[in-house]
Design a protein around this ligand. Sequence first.
Ligand SMILES: [Zn+2]
Length: 279
Amino acid sequence: MIVTLKTILGLADAKKIAIGAFNVAELEGIQSVLGAAEELGQPVIIQFVPIHEEYIKMETLGPIMVMMADKAAVPVCVHLDHCSDFDTIKRALDMGFSSVMYDGSMLSFEENAANTKAAVEIASGYGASVEAEIGAMDSEDGAAADNCYTEPDEAEKFVKLTGIDALACSFGTVHGLYKAEPKLDFPRIKEIRDKIGIPIVMHGGSGVSDEDFKKCIANGVRKINYYTYRAKKGGEYVKKKCMETEGPVFFHDITCWAREVMTEDVGHAMEVFSGISGK
Ligand SMILES: [Zn+2]
C-alpha cells in the first residue's frame, strides 16, 4: 500500500531503524526493490530522480511505480528525489507520488527556505510529504568538502521556517562512487537531530560500510538513499553472465539476471538499515 514519507519515517522512528530509499530507473529496479521488501516484510521507499529522465521518462515509469506500490504487501512511499522545478513536482504529485524532495541546496538559505515552504504548501494539497536539503553533498573529487557540512543551528531554523517532514543533511557523504573512504561526522548527525526533531536523510549511501550505516542510524538517520551500487552490481553481473554464456544471449535473459542480483543487493542493504543482520 502507498503511504507518505511522514508515515513511513514514523514507522522507522518507532523502531529506531532507517528505511531504504532506492532510486529506480527501470522496471527491473522496481521489481528488485519491492521483491526484496516483501520477502523481508520491510517498509520501503522507491524514488525517481528527474536526471534519470535521460534513461526513462517519469511519465512512463512514475505511473508503474505508483501502481506497483499500491499493490505491494508492505508500506511503500513513492518519492520524487532531488527536484528544484515546481512543474516537475506538480507532475509527480498529479501522478500519485506520496512525497517529493525540493532541493534548493544550491540557493541562499533564505531562497531555499522560501521555495521549500512553497513546495510544502503545494504538497499538502495532495496530502503528500516533503523532504528538503541544506548543505551540499555533491563534489567533483569523490570526497566531501570541509565547508559544505550542515550547521545544526541553521538546520533548526530551516525546519521551523518550512514545516518539512524530513531533512537531508551533509555530514560527510557524497553522491555516486567514493574515491576515498568516507569520513562521517556522527556527533553532527546527533546534534542536528536533537535540534530539528524530525528524521534525517542520508544521501550517497553507496560505498558506506555496514558499520558506518549502523552508527548513522543510531544517531538519528531514518532514510538512506541508495542507488549506485545496486545499478553497478546489476550491470557487472549481466556482463559476467554474458561472457560465460555460449551461444546467443537473449534480452529477456539480461533482465532476469539483473533482477536476481539486484534483489539480493537491495535485500542486504535493507537488512543493514533495519538491523536484521549483523547485530
Ligand atoms: Zn541525493
